[in-house]
Design a protein around this ligand. Sequence first.
Ligand code: UDP
Length: 413
Amino acid sequence: MSKLLESFAAITGPDVVNHLRQLAESLHGAKVIHVNSTRIGGGVAEILEKLVPLFNEVGLDTSWEIISGDADFYQCTKSMHNGLQGNKVNIAAPLLAAYERANQACAEALRTKLTKADFVFIHDPQPAGLLDHFPDRHGKWVWRCHIDASHPYRPVWKYLRGKVCNYDASIFSLPAFAQQLPHPQYIIPPSIDPLSDKNIELSQEEVNRVFVQFDLDPARPLLVQVSRYDRFKDPVGVIQAYRLAKKFIPDLQLVLAGGEASDDPEGEAVLAEVREAAGNDQDIHILLLAPDAHRTINALQRAADIVVQKSTREGFGLTVTEGMWKSKPVIGGDTGGIRLQVINYHTGFLVRTPEGAALRIRHLLHNRSRMQEMGRKGKEYVRENFLLTRQIREYLTVLLSLRHGTEYRIDLS
Ligand code: UDP
């Protein structure tokens, strides 16, 4: 067994890893390509960074490609993202033209590789138009949607559906996100890599360093939300919740830690709104972190008393998983993938308003033993459900089912 697989076995037990190898055996050497729109920033990049090496480790020939485009392309795909998550957005024809152009250019650049691939995973709307340019494809193409598509704005979904319905299958994170499509749909929630810099155990010394680095007081309670500056993450709502709670807990501190995903053109405007909402409160720390600041984020999440993710829409919310893995109670928005992870009253609290969040913050900070109990349960819940090995197993199963179709008998021995 390779070193990487051995280290996973140490966390999950050897059976989990042996099962992966058994599943992968009959896919040995298959060419797999993942395509998304950024290598850094956001949950998809976070997952692919770990998933691709592990796919290779179990014997599939896997690579990761990126689609890029001009400013209009990113404007268009951000609007698609917002539209899929329910915002009424009208996407102007020139933006759609930029989307089509970027997909065509990417198709040409990747033509040889994509033509040879046995399996192609297309992540989210940005590269969804690639398939239009491979009418005679040889491999199986899967559209992997990471977005909360439970209530999409119809015109946006109608446009995207025109692309997606030609795929061989699609994958959504929750049953509630699945759509009417003429192909098999699989439900696979994302996962975290417990061995990555973002999640690995840190020494107390390293955790303590972030208190110094960001001028935080280790003796005072700390709330942490890690998120791109995106309105669906509701950073302004977090500030409101903090303010309401601070009336009762005057020494409360808040960290909002974010960076910029290179495919997100709205980040700057949201950051300005957040700065304005924070005013000159010295206990609100708005951090702009480098895209590779994984250990810093890890340390901040460990430094927190409570991890917050007050999203109003959330495809999954890896930051919730990350917080739970660090044995933190999570106060999360009652939406999408957060509901799958925050088991209300057990691994954290689900909230809908700043008032609700403030109430839970006060409750937890006055009940330290409850915080510990929730944190302990949260970590076990992640170990059982949201580690990378589970996601790889499910992806391999999808590939097997795509390869074998409706064959009566599939021999995995
Ligand atoms: N993240 C990061 N730096 C930041 C903000 C977020 O590394 O400044 C990471 C975060 O730790 C998590 C991922 O990006 O691993 C965000 O995934 P999530 O599913 O929470 O949200 P998304 O950005 O995909 O909507």
